[in-house]
Write a protein that binds this ligand. Sequence first.
Ligand SMILES: [Zn+2]
Ligand SMILES: [Zn+2]
Length: 439
Amino acid sequence: MVAKLLFSLALCALAHAQTVGVRLAGGVTRRVPMDEYIGWVLSGEAGGMKAPQALQAMAVVARTYARANLGRHRAQGFDFCETTHCQDARAGAIPARIRAAVEATEGIILWDRGRPAKVFYTGHCGGRSAGAGEIWPGAARTYLPSREDPYCLQSSPGRWNTLIPWADLAALLTLPTLEHLEIARLTASGRVAELRSNAGPISAERLHLLAGRALGWNRLRSRFYEIVETPQGPRFEGRGTGHGVGFCQIGAEQRALAGHTWQQIVQAYLPGLRAGVAAKDIPWRVVQSERLELWITGAPADEDLPRLADTALAEAEKRTTLRAGKRPQLRAYPEVSSFRDATGEPGTIAAITRGRIVHLQPAARLRANGTLHSTLLHEMIHVLIALNTAVPVPIWFDEGLAGYLAGGTTHSNERARVAAMVRKQGLPAVLNLLKTGVR
Ligand SMILES: [Zn+2]
Ligand SMILES: [Zn+2]
C-alpha cells in the first residue's frame, strides 16, 4: 500500500503554487495560484479596508476560509464560484495595497487542532458579534463566540433602516396577506431569531435570505433590527451588516488604526486559533551548504541533503546556463502531513517550488522511491527559472521547461510543447523567453 503510494508520487505539481479553479461570470473557469485568488477576494470583499494590518488579517481570514472550503464546487468541475456564495472575488488587476497584504502573509492560515478553521467574517457586527450557533445551528465553535466590539462602533454606528411594503413582504414569503409583524424571539446576542405575524410564525433566517435574494443584500442588511409597523409596511431599523459572525471588517480596520497587529486583530475576533503555515510548529534547524540554505529537522535521511542539493543546483545551472543570483532555500519536511499542511498541496506530489523556496516531501520517502535526485534537479531548475524570469511566464512553460531540461521518464504535454519549441528555435532562444515573455 505504502509502496504503491510512493510510486504514484508525481515529480512536481504545476510549478508555482497551489492553484484553484474559479468559475467567473460567463461560465469560464480560470485556474490561478491560491494567493492570486485571495487577492481577487480582497478586491471584492475588502474594498473599504485600507490599513495594512487590517488587510493582512483579512488576507489570513479569507485564505483560511478558502482552505476550509476548498473543492465545495468540485462536482461542478471547479473550486469556487466568484459570488458571495463562496467569497466575492473580483478577477483582474489587484491593487498594490492588497497584493502587499497577501504577500506579507503568504501561506498563513488559522488552524483549529490540526485542521483549517471554519471561520466567518462580516462587514460590521453592529457592536456585538453573533455566536455562530445563533445563526446556523450546528456551526457553534469556541472560536466563534458572541463578543462586544467597541471598535466598529468607533467608525460608525452602522445604522440602517428599510421599509418593505406589506404586499411585497407577503409575496416574498408566499403568504396571501400580511398586516402585522413583530419580533417573537431574539438570539443570545440580540439578533432576531423568529418573527410573529398574522399568518403565523416566520423564521428570521428565512426572511433574511428571501429578502436578500429578491431585493438585494443592502436592504435587510443584518438580523440585528427592531420593527416599527407603519400603514405602508414594517420598517426594519437595524445595525451592522452581514450575519455578524466572526471577524468584523470595519472593527478590524479601526483596531489597525489604533496600532494593533494583524495577529492581535485575528485573536480579538477569532480567539484561540493558531496562525501559521502548518498545523503545528516544525522544529526547523537551518543549515548553510555551499550554495543553499536548508531547513531540516535532523532526520537521518536529511544528513547528506546539503551535498545532494548543491550537486543538483550545479547540474541545474549547467543544463539551463542560468545562474542562481540568490541563495535557494530547501525545506525538507519531517512528515507527509506537515508538507501537506504547510504547502496546501496533496501528499501525492514530491515537491513544490515557489520562487526560490523548494518545499520537499520527507527525504526518506523520496529516497525509498528512488526519486530524490531527480526531484531535487527538477526543483532546482524551477528555482533558476524563477530567479531569472523578468516577466511572468505561463505555468505550462515553467513546468514544460523544467520537465524538458530535467529529463527523466516523466512525460507531459507541457514538456512536449517546450521540446517542440526547442527543436524549432533552439534552447538559447527558448530560454530568452524568460526575459521577453511567452506570447
Ligand atoms: Zn460558490
Ligand atoms: Zn464589529
